[in-house]
Design a protein around this ligand. Structure first.
Ligand code: SAM
Length: 277
């Protein structure tokens, strides 16, 4: 059985997910959204802000967002309602168990998308294989994930390096790859895509203005103290409450630094599913 999602869905986690739009989280897909009739599956949709944005961009098409968390699916439905977007539907569901999800069928989607999901799975190749099965021949799979090992910041505030090492250790302890962003194309090749069928690119989130630092550093300070990440650290003996309190202070320190800068490197792939198998 799949292990629980590392971060859980504490308010400090949702604060970062609910900020996401097509423009700030999957601009590499915009050139593929010029057909208003597209059918899109958003795997691991979280609170659904990207899915709703997709739906607004394909007014004659349809978007289905799936996520195993009932709480987050409820939030996604509410978000669509608030935005007045009706061509989107959200269902509780697991990519490894899609046969139980209403509206999900083999070869049923022009685009199958996953943003920051594969890094949290014990079997990212298995997930990509399922995504491939759900894509129409001639359609695309679009995946974007972070590479934690390529995160960088300025200045070198004491304690942040420990946070990064801790995060990577916790994720690897769950048999997940927090650095998968740099090898999404390699996973796609293992799933049977020829290298010529895979487009690769990267994109960076930068948090540097006072508002950006307050938001990013603040949410990580809160995640460190309150989300499932905290429980995973303590329960698995990676850190004590005291260590985590120091890490949260470190995030607040970077937030206060007028010259502070934090960047997040994301790997992106577009895999073209063959017309003929
Ligand atoms: C980092 S969040 C990304 C949410 C959303 N894609 C976004 O970018 O805002 C990862 C999401 O993957 C979901 N997830 C975890 N395991 C999954 C699985 N087996 N199938 C589908 N989604 C899964 C989690 O519940 C979580 O909401």
């Amino acid at each position: 059985m799949a292990k629980p999602y590392l971060h859980g869905h504490h308010a400090s986690v949702l604060r970062s997910h609910a900020w996401r739009t097509v423009e700030n989280s999957c601009p590499y897909l915009i050139p593929y959204l010029d057909n208003p009739k597209l059918k899109i599956l958003d795997v691991g949709c979280g609170p659904g802000t990207i899915s709703v944005d997709f739906a607004a961009r394909v007014p004659e098409g349809f978007v289905l967002g799936i996520d195993p968390s009932a709480d987050v699916i409820e939030k996604a439905r509410k978000h669509a309602e608030e935005k007045g977007i009706t061509n989107v539907q959200f269902e509780i569901g697991d990519i490894f168990n899609w046969k139980n999800i209403a509206g999900v069928e083999e070869g049923g989607f022009d685009i199958v998308h996953a943003h920051q999901v594969l890094q949290h799975l014990q079997d990212p190749l298995g997930a990509l294989n399922e995504m491939k099965r759900l894509t129409k021949p001639g359609g695309i799979i679009a995946i974007r994930d972070v590479d934690y090992s390529a995160m960088t910041w300025y200045p070198e505030v004491p304690g942040l390096r420990e946070w990064l090492n801790l995060y990577i250790a916790v994720a690897k302890g769950l048999n997940c790859d927090p650095n998968i962003g740099k090898r999404l194309h390699a996973v796609a090749m293992k799933a049977g895509f020829d290298r010529t069928e895979i487009e690769t690119s990267g994109a960076v989130w930068v948090f540097s203005t006072p508002e950006e630092r307050a938001w990013w550093c603040g949410l990580w300070a809160d995640r460190t103290l309150h989300s499932n990440f905290k429980n995973s650290c303590i329960d698995n003996g990676f850190a004590t409450e005291d260590d985590l309190a120091k890490i949260a202070d470190t995030w607040r320190e970077l937030e206060k630094r007028e010259d502070g800068w934090f960047s997040v490197m994301n790997g992106q792939v577009v895999c073209h599913v063959r017309l003929q198998p």
